[in-house]
Write a protein that binds this ligand. Sequence first.
Ligand code: DQA
Length: 145
Amino acid sequence: PVLYVLNGPNLNLLGTREPDIYGRETLADVEALCRAAAEGAEVVFRQSNLEGELIDWLHEARDKADAVVLNPAGYGHTSVALHDAIKTLTIPLVECHLSNPAAREPFRHHSYVSPVAAGVVSGFGPFSYDLAVRAALRLARARAP
Ligand code: DQA
């Protein structure tokens, strides 16, 4: 199976950005962890600060991927367009967060992504990605064994 792991705004700064919340590991470290968790499945790992680019990648995933892991970052709390794009997918999408947004400021408590995600993993730092990758691949394999 092919897994798209898509990362939203500011995650390029992982490692230096608010390390007390997001830790010292970089996005390259997270990418390596995802590839290891995928156990040989093909992983397409990308990050963008642009909402439209994330939407274009979700459209691309419709033809090219068997599952998606998405950390929408701040756009998860704001983006109807991301919600609509995910709704067009027929493959499973797992929402993933390093922190636990439900335990943070009230403006992080709502997600436009969660209602259209197969499931959500949050609060475990980079290990959230490990769990999300395994869950997404399991869902993909269950659909097309
Ligand atoms: C985040 C949580 C979001 O609330 C925040 O806007 C981010 C990162 C996380 O991975 O914990 O940018 O998605």
